[in-house]
Design a protein around this ligand. Structure first.
Ligand SMILES: NC(=O)c1ccc[n+]([C@@H]2O[C@H](COP(=O)([O-])OP(=O)(O)OC[C@H]3O[C@@H](n4cnc5c(N)ncnc54)[C@H](OP(=O)(O)O)[C@@H]3O)[C@@H](O)[C@H]2O)c1
Length: 202
Protein backbone atom coordinates (compact mmCIF):
# COMPACT_ATOMS: atom_id res chain seq x y z
CA UNK A 1 0.00 0.00 0.00
CA UNK A 2 2.69 2.49 1.02
CA UNK A 3 4.99 1.58 -1.82
CA UNK A 4 2.06 1.66 -4.23
CA UNK A 5 0.49 4.94 -3.30
CA UNK A 6 2.85 6.93 -1.13
CA UNK A 7 6.59 6.74 -0.53
CA UNK A 8 7.64 4.54 -3.48
CA UNK A 9 4.79 5.49 -5.85
CA UNK A 10 5.39 2.72 -8.38
CA UNK A 11 4.29 3.25 -11.96
CA UNK A 12 3.29 0.66 -14.55
CA UNK A 13 6.30 -1.00 -16.18
CA UNK A 14 8.79 0.00 -13.51
CA UNK A 15 11.42 -2.35 -12.07
CA UNK A 16 10.92 -3.10 -8.39
CA UNK A 17 13.15 -4.99 -5.96
CA UNK A 18 11.94 -6.07 -2.50
CA UNK A 19 14.10 -7.51 0.31
CA UNK A 20 12.74 -9.80 3.06
CA UNK A 21 10.22 -10.38 0.30
CA UNK A 22 8.36 -13.35 1.80
CA UNK A 23 7.85 -11.67 5.19
CA UNK A 24 4.84 -9.90 6.62
CA UNK A 25 5.55 -6.66 4.76
CA UNK A 26 7.41 -7.94 1.71
CA UNK A 27 4.83 -10.48 0.56
CA UNK A 28 2.22 -7.72 0.22
CA UNK A 29 4.54 -5.07 -1.22
CA UNK A 30 5.52 -7.40 -4.07
CA UNK A 31 1.93 -8.27 -4.87
CA UNK A 32 0.86 -4.61 -4.86
CA UNK A 33 3.71 -3.73 -7.22
CA UNK A 34 2.57 -6.56 -9.52
CA UNK A 35 -0.98 -5.18 -9.44
CA UNK A 36 0.55 -1.87 -10.61
CA UNK A 37 2.03 -3.66 -13.63
CA UNK A 38 5.64 -3.65 -12.44
CA UNK A 39 8.41 -6.17 -12.97
CA UNK A 40 9.12 -7.41 -9.45
CA UNK A 41 12.05 -9.36 -8.02
CA UNK A 42 12.31 -10.38 -4.37
CA UNK A 43 15.07 -11.66 -2.15
CA UNK A 44 14.71 -14.11 0.70
CA UNK A 45 16.88 -16.49 2.67
CA UNK A 46 15.86 -20.03 1.66
CA UNK A 47 14.77 -22.16 -1.29
CA UNK A 48 11.35 -22.61 0.31
CA UNK A 49 10.88 -18.83 0.44
CA UNK A 50 12.13 -18.35 -3.12
CA UNK A 51 9.55 -20.91 -4.31
CA UNK A 52 6.85 -19.09 -2.36
CA UNK A 53 7.78 -15.78 -3.95
CA UNK A 54 7.57 -17.15 -7.47
CA UNK A 55 4.72 -19.62 -7.13
CA UNK A 56 2.40 -18.06 -4.56
CA UNK A 57 3.02 -14.32 -4.46
CA UNK A 58 3.58 -13.94 -8.21
CA UNK A 59 7.03 -12.35 -8.12
CA UNK A 60 8.66 -12.42 -11.57
CA UNK A 61 11.97 -13.59 -10.14
CA UNK A 62 13.41 -14.41 -6.72
CA UNK A 63 16.88 -14.54 -5.24
CA UNK A 64 18.16 -16.56 -2.30
CA UNK A 65 20.56 -13.92 -1.00
CA UNK A 66 22.27 -16.42 1.30
CA UNK A 67 23.55 -18.34 -1.73
CA UNK A 68 24.73 -15.29 -3.67
CA UNK A 69 28.48 -14.72 -3.87
CA UNK A 70 28.08 -11.45 -5.76
CA UNK A 71 24.74 -9.73 -5.17
CA UNK A 72 25.73 -6.79 -7.37
CA UNK A 73 26.21 -9.10 -10.38
CA UNK A 74 22.98 -10.95 -9.62
CA UNK A 75 21.02 -7.68 -9.47
CA UNK A 76 22.60 -6.57 -12.76
CA UNK A 77 21.42 -9.83 -14.34
CA UNK A 78 17.86 -9.40 -13.08
CA UNK A 79 17.75 -5.64 -13.72
CA UNK A 80 19.85 -4.90 -16.83
CA UNK A 81 18.22 -1.46 -17.03
CA UNK A 82 18.43 -0.83 -13.28
CA UNK A 83 16.00 -0.67 -10.36
CA UNK A 84 13.34 2.06 -10.22
CA UNK A 85 12.05 1.27 -6.73
CA UNK A 86 13.83 -0.69 -4.00
CA UNK A 87 11.59 -1.46 -1.02
CA UNK A 88 14.09 -1.64 1.83
CA UNK A 89 13.49 -4.09 4.66
CA UNK A 90 16.98 -5.31 5.53
CA UNK A 91 19.75 -2.71 5.00
CA UNK A 92 23.46 -3.61 5.15
CA UNK A 93 25.06 -5.49 2.24
CA UNK A 94 21.80 -5.65 0.31
CA UNK A 95 21.39 -1.88 0.35
CA UNK A 96 25.02 -1.46 -0.70
CA UNK A 97 24.57 -3.70 -3.75
CA UNK A 98 21.22 -2.11 -4.64
CA UNK A 99 22.69 1.41 -4.65
CA UNK A 100 25.02 0.33 -7.49
CA UNK A 101 22.00 -0.79 -9.48
CA UNK A 102 19.54 2.05 -9.01
CA UNK A 103 18.17 3.88 -12.04
CA UNK A 104 18.13 7.63 -12.51
CA UNK A 105 15.41 9.18 -10.32
CA UNK A 106 14.98 5.88 -8.45
CA UNK A 107 13.20 5.70 -5.09
CA UNK A 108 14.05 3.75 -1.96
CA UNK A 109 11.25 3.69 0.62
CA UNK A 110 12.98 2.54 3.80
CA UNK A 111 10.64 0.41 5.89
CA UNK A 112 13.23 -1.38 8.02
CA UNK A 113 16.81 -2.61 8.33
CA UNK A 114 16.54 -6.01 9.98
CA UNK A 115 20.17 -6.95 9.30
CA UNK A 116 21.35 -4.05 11.51
CA UNK A 117 19.08 -4.27 14.55
CA UNK A 118 21.15 -6.68 16.63
CA UNK A 119 24.66 -5.61 15.67
CA UNK A 120 26.71 -3.92 18.37
CA UNK A 121 28.57 -2.16 15.53
CA UNK A 122 26.27 -1.39 12.55
CA UNK A 123 27.76 -2.21 9.14
CA UNK A 124 28.89 0.63 6.93
CA UNK A 125 27.17 1.31 3.60
CA UNK A 126 29.86 2.26 1.09
CA UNK A 127 27.95 3.19 -2.06
CA UNK A 128 25.95 6.14 -0.78
CA UNK A 129 27.42 8.46 -3.43
CA UNK A 130 25.15 6.73 -5.95
CA UNK A 131 22.24 8.53 -4.31
CA UNK A 132 23.73 11.68 -5.85
CA UNK A 133 24.83 10.21 -9.18
CA UNK A 134 21.41 8.64 -9.79
CA UNK A 135 19.32 11.39 -8.07
CA UNK A 136 17.80 8.72 -5.83
CA UNK A 137 15.17 9.62 -3.24
CA UNK A 138 15.63 7.53 -0.09
CA UNK A 139 12.92 8.04 2.51
CA UNK A 140 12.25 6.35 5.80
CA UNK A 141 8.72 6.07 7.16
CA UNK A 142 6.82 4.65 10.11
CA UNK A 143 3.46 2.97 9.59
CA UNK A 144 1.82 5.26 12.16
CA UNK A 145 2.48 8.19 9.79
CA UNK A 146 -0.06 6.64 7.44
CA UNK A 147 -2.86 5.57 9.78
CA UNK A 148 -5.07 8.14 8.08
CA UNK A 149 -4.91 5.92 4.96
CA UNK A 150 -6.07 2.76 6.79
CA UNK A 151 -9.63 3.06 5.45
CA UNK A 152 -8.31 3.47 1.90
CA UNK A 153 -6.03 0.47 2.46
CA UNK A 154 -8.96 -1.76 3.51
CA UNK A 155 -11.03 -0.52 0.57
CA UNK A 156 -8.18 -1.53 -1.72
CA UNK A 157 -7.03 -4.77 -0.17
CA UNK A 158 -10.21 -6.53 1.01
CA UNK A 159 -11.80 -7.00 -2.44
CA UNK A 160 -8.45 -8.23 -3.78
CA UNK A 161 -8.19 -10.79 -0.95
CA UNK A 162 -11.79 -11.92 -1.48
CA UNK A 163 -11.11 -12.41 -5.20
CA UNK A 164 -7.86 -14.26 -4.48
CA UNK A 165 -5.83 -11.56 -6.26
CA UNK A 166 -3.87 -10.85 -3.09
CA UNK A 167 -2.84 -13.79 -0.91
CA UNK A 168 -0.93 -14.04 2.33
CA UNK A 169 0.97 -16.57 4.39
CA UNK A 170 1.05 -16.56 8.18
CA UNK A 171 3.46 -18.40 10.45
CA UNK A 172 1.46 -19.15 13.57
CA UNK A 173 3.05 -19.81 16.96
CA UNK A 174 0.58 -21.14 19.51
CA UNK A 175 0.73 -19.94 23.12
CA UNK A 176 2.31 -16.99 24.91
CA UNK A 177 5.26 -19.15 25.98
CA UNK A 178 6.25 -19.45 22.29
CA UNK A 179 6.58 -15.63 22.03
CA UNK A 180 10.31 -15.24 22.71
CA UNK A 181 11.25 -18.09 20.36
CA UNK A 182 9.03 -16.66 17.62
CA UNK A 183 10.54 -13.19 18.08
CA UNK A 184 14.13 -14.44 17.97
CA UNK A 185 13.28 -16.60 14.94
CA UNK A 186 12.52 -13.47 12.89
CA UNK A 187 16.19 -12.50 13.06
CA UNK A 188 17.37 -15.80 11.62
CA UNK A 189 14.61 -16.05 9.03
CA UNK A 190 12.81 -18.90 10.80
CA UNK A 191 9.43 -17.36 10.10
CA UNK A 192 7.80 -18.05 6.74
CA UNK A 193 5.29 -15.28 6.11
CA UNK A 194 3.84 -13.03 8.79
CA UNK A 195 4.82 -14.19 12.26
CA UNK A 196 1.66 -14.38 14.36
CA UNK A 197 1.49 -15.33 18.04
CA UNK A 198 -1.82 -16.81 19.15
CA UNK A 199 -2.16 -16.13 22.88
CA UNK A 200 -5.45 -18.00 23.29
CA UNK A 201 -8.12 -19.28 20.93
CA UNK A 202 -11.10 -19.12 23.28
N1 LIG B 1 8.49 1.36 9.28
C1 LIG B 1 7.51 0.72 9.88
O1 LIG B 1 6.54 1.30 10.34
C2 LIG B 1 7.59 -0.78 9.99
C3 LIG B 1 6.47 -1.54 10.36
C4 LIG B 1 6.61 -2.94 10.41
C5 LIG B 1 7.83 -3.53 10.12
N2 LIG B 1 8.89 -2.72 9.78
C6 LIG B 1 10.18 -3.28 9.39
O2 LIG B 1 9.99 -3.87 8.13
C7 LIG B 1 10.88 -4.97 7.99
C8 LIG B 1 10.08 -6.22 7.63
O3 LIG B 1 9.24 -6.52 8.72
P1 LIG B 1 8.34 -7.83 8.72
O4 LIG B 1 7.43 -7.73 9.88
O5 LIG B 1 7.77 -8.02 7.34
O6 LIG B 1 9.41 -8.95 9.02
P2 LIG B 1 9.57 -10.34 8.30
O7 LIG B 1 10.01 -10.06 6.91
O8 LIG B 1 8.35 -11.15 8.48
O9 LIG B 1 10.77 -11.00 9.14
C9 LIG B 1 12.05 -10.59 9.04
C10 LIG B 1 12.78 -11.35 7.93
O10 LIG B 1 13.97 -10.66 7.66
C11 LIG B 1 14.89 -11.58 7.15
N3 LIG B 1 16.19 -11.35 7.82
C12 LIG B 1 16.51 -11.58 9.10
N4 LIG B 1 17.80 -11.25 9.31
C13 LIG B 1 18.27 -10.82 8.12
C14 LIG B 1 19.55 -10.35 7.69
N5 LIG B 1 20.59 -10.27 8.53
N6 LIG B 1 19.69 -9.98 6.39
C15 LIG B 1 18.65 -10.06 5.53
N7 LIG B 1 17.42 -10.50 5.88
C16 LIG B 1 17.25 -10.88 7.17
C17 LIG B 1 14.40 -12.98 7.47
O11 LIG B 1 13.96 -13.58 6.27
P3 LIG B 1 15.01 -14.33 5.29
O12 LIG B 1 14.80 -15.78 5.49
O13 LIG B 1 14.57 -13.85 3.96
O14 LIG B 1 16.38 -13.90 5.68
C18 LIG B 1 13.18 -12.74 8.36
O15 LIG B 1 12.20 -13.70 8.15
C19 LIG B 1 11.63 -5.08 9.31
O16 LIG B 1 12.86 -4.43 9.18
C20 LIG B 1 10.74 -4.35 10.30
O17 LIG B 1 11.47 -3.79 11.36
C21 LIG B 1 8.78 -1.37 9.72
Amino acid sequence: MLVSFEVGATKKGENVFVSAASGAVGQLVGQFAKLHGCYVVGSAGSKEKVDLLKNKFGYDEAINYKEEQDLNATLKRHFPEGIDVYFENVGGKTLDAVLLNMRLQGRIPVCGMTSQYNLTQPEGVTNLAHIVYKRVRLQGFIVADYYHLYGKFLEFVLPHIREGKVVYVEDIAEGLEKGPEALVGIFSGKNVGKQVLVVARE
